[in-house]
Design a protein around this ligand. Structure first.
Ligand SMILES: [Zn+2]
Length: 152
């Protein structure tokens, strides 16, 4: 049973906070021994399901992967291909709550997410469940290249 009644990009405040809490919870599982910068992401899909992911670093740095793509892979592997909203949180464990920054998705993740939305994907970048910035993906990735570019 999903906590989310939203099937489009109009989440109410409780749903936003639930999505952020899910991202904060999975952040604790991040594997970030090199940067110590732990990131968590939670994606709400149009079918009401939520998938989460954390960043996973690697001794060969380029082999690491971001939390946002980890969450997206979980969604895709479970059959959900339409993303409605994503919450992202990221900071080092020793950062006081008041000193947390906003960890926006990197460029690669913005492009990745763009594949699975029409641009209306809500992006919540948070310091806490009640302290967040909200954008749609189209504003974070203007003039994007996506599936429509390859249509005849
Ligand atoms: Zn990324």
């Amino acid at each position: 049973m999903s906590d989310f009644k939203s099937r489009n990009n109009t989440l109410d405040e409780t749903e936003v906070q639930t999505l952020i809490r899910t991202a904060m919870s999975v952040r604790d599982k991040a594997y970030a021994p090199y940067s110590e910068f732990k990131v968590g992401a939670a994606i709400l899909c149009s079918d009401g399901r939520v998938f989460s992911g954390c960043n996973v670093e690697n001794a060969a740095y380029g082999a690491g992967i971001c939390a946002e793509r980890g969450a997206g892979m979980q969604a895709l592997a479970s059959g959900s291909q339409e993303f409605t909203a994503i919450a992202v949180v990221g900071w080092k464990d020793d950062t006081d709550e008041g000193d947390r920054g906003l960890s926006y998705p990197c460029g690669i993740c913005r492009q990745f997410l763009n594949e699975f939305t029409d641009g209306s994907l809500r992006v919540y970048v948070a310091r806490s469940p009640s302290d967040y910035d909200e954008n749609d993906l189209a504003s974070l990735l203007p003039h994007s290249f996506g599936p429509k570019n390859l249509e005849d």
